[in-house]
Design a protein around this ligand. Structure first.
Ligand SMILES: C[S@@+](CC[C@H](N)C(=O)[O-])C[C@H]1O[C@@H](n2cnc3c(N)ncnc32)[C@H](O)[C@@H]1O
Length: 257
């Protein structure tokens, strides 16, 4: 039987499909860019926090390259998938505020839509403050998020994607809806898994993702309030170019004062 928590945004059902669904993105290529941006300030053995690490795609790759990586995520199911991977990463479940013992780190990243899972500006400020509290002075924070300007200019449409995995054929339909006055985007993922011949019955379910779209000015305001400086807004990884209004994802690059 499928329970509600299994179907929550990052519950077991989404967690077990995450690496397949995200497979079209090249985590190693994204880590190449991260390494270049973190730059020489991060020698081998430097400590990096991956906040909202999900299934550990970037954390595991950074650990392979010699960094001491801690990955933390609110979802126990995403962390369980990350822990199945052989790596030296320390994976922890919870929010950063719940893990005040951590740090100080030489760098922090928060990739994908982690901050879009927050509800409002108060939570965004608190999130950035918790990052500042575990970073060494002058260390770098790189944070990705949706670009509301691009989403409003060209709203997302229904997208159908098909994948092959050990679990069988996976059909995923993304159905977006939004309330731009509230800066909210919701995506329903309709997922159908057809296991290899006769091995199990087909499964169908819907998972809802609710996202808060923060503007670049709002993000900059909260970062400054939390004690970050030299804030630059770039396009998402791996491009990491000067951001434009058509870039669906942004990457914010800044230093703790
Ligand atoms: C789209 S996934 C991104 C995972 C990973 N960073 C990546 O790029 O593959 C977003 C993750 O953020 C986590 N998350 C959301 N809010 C969080 C918070 N306040 N603290 C820690 N993790 C959070 C979710 O549980 C989810 O695993």
């Amino acid at each position: 039987m499928t329970t509600d928590s299994e179907l929550s945004a990052y519950g077991r059902r989404f967690a077990e499909l995450y690496d397949v669904i995200r497979g079209y993105r090249d985590a190693a290529g994204e880590v190449d860019v991260l390494q270049a941006v973190f730059g020489r300030s991060l020698d081998k053995g430097a400590t990096i926090l991956d906040l909202g690490c999900g299934t550990g795609l970037h954390a595991v790759e950074l650990a392979k390259r010699g960094y001491k990586v801690t990955g933390i995520d609110l979802s126990a199911d995403m962390i369980a998938v990350a822990q199945q991977k052989k790596s030296d990463v320390t994976f922890l479940c919870g929010s950063l505020a719940e893990h005040k013992e951590l740090g100080p780190f030489d760098g922090c990243m928060s990739l994908g839509n982690v901050i879009n899972c927050l509800d409002n500006m108060d939570s965004l400020c608190a999130f950035f403050e918790s990052v500042a509290a575990v970073l060494k002075p002058k260390s770098r924070f790189i944070c990705e998020c949706w670009n509301p300007i691009a989403v409003i200019k060209t709203p997302p449409t229904r997208v159908v994607r098909n994948y092959e995995s050990k679990a069988g054929k996976i059909a995923r339909v993304a159905l977006p809806k939004w309330d731009f006055m509230k800066q909210e985007l919701e995506i329903d993922y309709d997922i159908e898994i057809t296991p290899p011949k006769n091995s199990a019955p087909a499964a169908r379910y819907r998972i809802n993702h609710h996202l808060c779209l923060f503007t670049p000015l709002e993000i900059e305001f909260c970062l400054k309030r939390a004690g970050f400086e030299q804030i630059e807004i770039r396009s998402g990884l791996p491009e990491f170019q000067t951001a434009g209004e058509d870039d669906r994802m942004l990457a914010v690059n800044c230093l703790k004062s």
